[in-house]
Design a protein around this ligand. Sequence first.
Ligand code: FES
Ligand code: FES
Length: 154
Amino acid sequence: MKIRLQVNGVKHEVELEGHERLIDILREKLGVKSVKEGCGTGECGMCAVLVNGTPMLSCLMLAVQARGKKITTVEGLEEDGKLHPLQKAFIETGAVQCGFCIPGAIIVAKGLIDRKRRPSRDEIRRALRSVLCRCGSYLMFEEAVQMVVEGRVE
Ligand code: FES
Ligand code: FES
């Protein structure tokens, strides 16, 4: 079947089988490599993407469920060649170690600050718990999001 979807502001028409997952279409057919597969079973959060603004696990989603939807990944956050404040804050705080979980963490953080402009530290922590970081960068994640919430990074 063919479906239409929008990825990072670009419209695509994709030929796929009904059983194909969104993560595979993004990575293999559309070349969006920031979307990482950690567990493939909905546990690690590394494959998170925004679907119409809501963080979703692309390893648990059939691609066909994305029909007509707007998908955003970290590649879609920069504007006019300028990194998004969250991207800058993750770099500035040193949150990025091996980097494998970072796209998922930034997407979850983006979903949170879009939903709630000034989340509390506790809300930030709870949201970021959905991403497993094997390097243990959680405190830096929280600090990075806090910096953005408080306008300490542009
Ligand atoms: S790869 Fe999707 S939750 Fe782990
Ligand atoms: S920075 Fe390495 S897994 Fe999170």
